[in-house]
Design a protein around this ligand. Sequence first.
Ligand SMILES: [Zn+2]
Length: 992
Amino acid sequence: MEPPSSSGFYVSRAVALLLAGLAAALLLALAVLASLYGHCARVPPSDRRSLEVPNAASFSPLGQEGPSSTQEPVPTSEPQVTATSQDWRPPGPWDQLRLPPWLVPLHYDLELWPRLQPDKLSVQLLRFSGRVNITVRCAVSTKRLLLHSLFLDYDRAEVRGPLSPGTRNDTVGRVPVHDVWFAMDTQYVVLELGEALRSGSRYELHLSFSGPIFQEVREGLFLNTYTDRGERRALLASQMEPTFARSVFPCFDEPALKATFNITIIHHPRYVALSNMPQRGQSEKEDVNGSKWTVTTFYTTPHMPTYLVALAICDYDHVSRTERGKEIHIWARKDAIANGNADFALNITGPIFSFLEDLFNISYPLPKTDLIALPVFDNRAMENWGLLMFDESLLLLLPSDQLTEKKTLISYILSHEIGHQWFGNLVTMNWWNNIWLNEGFASYFEFGIINYFNPKLPRNEVFFSNFLHGVLKEDHALVSRAVSMKVENFTETSDINELFDLFTYNKGASMARMLSSFLNEHLFINALKSYLKMFSYSNAEQDDLWRHFQMAIDNQSEILLPATVKTIMDSWTHRGGFPVVTLNVSTGFMKQEPFYLGKAENQTLQAHNDTWIVPILWIKNGAPQSLVWLDKSSKVFPEMQVSDSDQDWVILNLNMTGYYRVNYDKLGWKKLSQQLVKDPKAIPVIHRLQLIDDAFSLSKSNYIEIETALDLTKYLAEEDEIIVWYEVLVNLITRDLVSDVNDYDTYPLLKKYLLKRLNSLWNIYSTIIRENVAALQDDYLALISLEKVFGAACWLGLEDCLQLSRELFRKWMNHPENEIPYPIKNVILCYGVALGSDKEWDFLLNVYINTTKEEERIQLAYAMSCSKDPWILNRYMEYAITTSPFTFNETNVMEAVAASEVGRYIAKDFLINNWQAVIERYGTQSLVTLMYVIGRTISTDLQIMELQQFFSNMLEEHQRITVHAKLQTIKNENLKNKKRNARIAQWLRKNT
Ligand SMILES: [Zn+2]
C-alpha cells in the first residue's frame, strides 16, 4: 500500500488540507463501521436478509469444470445452516488473534455475485452473495474449524473428505457439521464437526455466504459512485490488505497461509469484471427475476496470500501496451481515457516492470497487469498481484496538473506498487509484525527506479524530503515503536491496521538505504536477488533476509563488518528511536546516546546499555573517507581530529544515508559555520540541508544551544538552493511565531535578518515566475519548496513579493481562465485578499460558488480567511453558519478564520455571540478545536481562566476538563517557545 500522506513533502498544502478533511471522513467511516459491527453482532441469524444464494447441494467445484451452472439452483431438502453468535463459550483458540495451525489452505474456488445493476444505482443497501470451496490439508487432527469471517452471513457450510490424493472427487464422504458460530471479537467463524478431521488428509470446505458492500469505507468489497460522460455511474472494487479479505469471503486470512485461487465473478452484462488473472471464459446466467447476468471466470492465480486477492467490476475504458509480450492495461473513466489522462502512467509502467525484472533477474510471473484508477480510494494505491489499484488523482495526469509535482508523484507511486510485485507479492513477510519488509523495500526502490529513468533528480535531497525529514521528527527513544515488532505485541486485529505508518514506510526505507550504504550497491542487490529467489511464492522473516546478506558478505573479502548483519541490523530494527552521534573534533572522541525529545539536563548521566552499531561514513574537507563503525557507546577516531588553527572541517553521515543525527563539540560546529561563510559550495547541498536540520532539531531538544544553530544561517545570502532555504524557514518561521502578535520583538529583527539574505534566491524565482514559469515543471525541489519561500517572503513584508501577489491576483481576476502558477497559488490567493478589499473577497466567493472541485474549494475557503478587514471576516463567518454554499462543504470556516493572522480575536467574539449556531453547523467537537486554535498563543494562567470563563457555558463538563488540560500543555509549550524566541531575538540583535 501507499505510505500515509503526511510523510513529508509528498503533498501540497491544499492537498494536505483536503487530506485532513479525508481523515475526518475516515473517522466518521470508522464510526459507521463500528456501529455496523455492533449491529451485526446483535442481529440474530433468523433476521438475516433473504438472498438469492444458490444452494450448496448444486454447487459444483468451480474452475476445473468451467463456469458454474447457468440455471438458478433448485433448493434441496437439506437443512440450512443456522449460524449462531457467541453467547458464551469457554476460553479457546477463538480468543487468539492468530489462527491455530490445524489446517493449511491449498486452494480456493471462489465465486462472488455482487448485486450491482447500472439502472438501479439508488438501491440503498447493496449486498453480495458468494460461494467458496476451500481445499485444505489437515495438519493437526481436530473436530473444530476456525476461519476468518467478518460481517458475513452463512447459508450453508459443508465439509467433504478425506479426498483421495491427486483427484478431485465429489462423491467422497461428508463430515457432519453440528454447529456454526461466530467469535466476533477475533473475527472467526467456528465450525463444530461431528467427527475429527484426520491429520495428513485433505478436505474441502464448502461455504455459501452473503455480505455487505461498503459505501462509506473503502475496505472489503466497496462501491464508488462518480460521474462519467455526464452520467452518474458506479463501480465495485476490493481492498483486502491487511485484514479485509475476511469480509468478502471466509478464509484463512494470514499472509503466510498462501494458496491458489480460481475466481469467478457474476456481474451485470454492461460491466467488465477484472481480477488478478486474465479472463478465462464467460457465460450467461439468469436470476429468479429473469434478469441476465454475465459469469466471468479467471485463470488460476499463483500461490499467494488472501490480502492480495482483488476484483473490480466497472464500466470503464482502457488503454493498453505490451511489454516483453505481456499486456498492460490502465482502466479509468471513459472521459479520462478519451482525454489521454492515463497516457503518462501507461508510458512508464512497462519500462519500470522491465527495469525491476532485470535488476532482480526474476521475471514478473503473471501474464498480464491491470491498473485501475478509482474515483475514491482511501489507501491511495494497492499492489494487488496483477490488478493494481490507485486513487485516480495519483495515476491520472490532468492538464491542470501542470507545474505541480504530480508527474513525479505518479512515478513514485507507480514504482512503489510495481516494486511490491517482488517485495510482498512474490516474497511475503511471515506475518504483519514484519510488514516493513514489504513496505520499506518497495519504498526504497522507488528511488532506485526514478533515479534510473531521471538521473538528474537529486536523489539524496529527494529521499531526505520525502522520507527522512518526516520520520526523524517523529521518532524518539521513549515512545516510538520498533520497525520490526514482536508478534506478542499484537492483541487485536486493529493493531495490524496501525502498522501502516511512518515507521513501516519511512524508517523501513531508511533501514534499506543505510544497509546498502555500508555494503555496496552490487552486494546489496545480489543478496536481495538470492533472498527473492529462495522465498519466491513463500514467506520470510526478517532473519531470513539478514541470512542472505550474511551469505553475500561471507562470499567476499572486500567488505568487513564489525559484527554479523543480523547483530548490526537488529540494533536498529528491534527498538524505537535513533542515536545522536557526537564528535569532539579536538580529540576525535565519538559517543552515541539515544535521542530524546526535549532532553532533560541530567538525561546524559543516565546509563544506557543499549547501543546501536552505527556505520559512520564521513567527509573531511569535502572528500569522502573510509567507513568506520561506532559499535559501542564511545570510541576515539584520531583521524577525525582537527585543530582550531587549521582549515579542516569534518562532517559525519555522508549523504545522510545513516539513520541518526550528528552533533559536534563547539569547535566542530564553529568550523562548519565558518566554512559555510567562506565557501558554502564546498559543502554539498545534502549536507547543508543536514546541518540545518540536525542543528535546529538538536537545539530544540536541548542537545545544543539555539545560537549554534543560528550561527549556521549567517551564510544564507550565498545560498541559492531552495530546499535548504525551505528547511531554514520551516525552523525559523514557525506557526507559533506567525500567530503570536505579542512577539513584537522577534518579527522586525527576523525581517531585517532574513530579507537581506533572501534577496538572491528571491530574484532567481521571482524572475522565473514572471518570465518563464514553465521552467519550474522539472524542478521537483522547487515545486515542493516554493510555497513556503513565497509565503515567508510576503509575511516578512518583502515589497516585491507583495507587488507580485497583487499583480498575479489582478491578472487572474481579469482573466480567470489563466491559472495562477500552482506552487504559489495559496500564497497569491491569500495575499490578494489580504491586500485587497471586499472586491477581491467577493470575487473569490464567486469563484467558490462556481467551482465543483473540492481541492479548489478548500483553497478558496482558506484564502477568504486571509482578509485583514474585521467586517469582512465577520460577514464570512456569518455566511458560513447561515448561507449556502458554505453550509454544504466541510471546511470549518470558523477554524480557518481563528487560525488567520487577524482573525483570532474576531473569531472569539463571534463565537461568544453565535455559539449555538456554530454548534448546529459544525458540532460541539468543533468548539473544542476552536478553543485550541484561539488559545494557541496563551502563556499565563490568567489567559486560560479568561478563555474558560468565556466558553464555560458552551462546553460539556468532560469537554471543559480536556480543554483545560490541553490549554495547560499549550501554555507550557508557549513558555518554552517564548524563552527560545527571546534568545533568537537577542542573537538577531547582535548579528543583524
Ligand atoms: Zn506499499
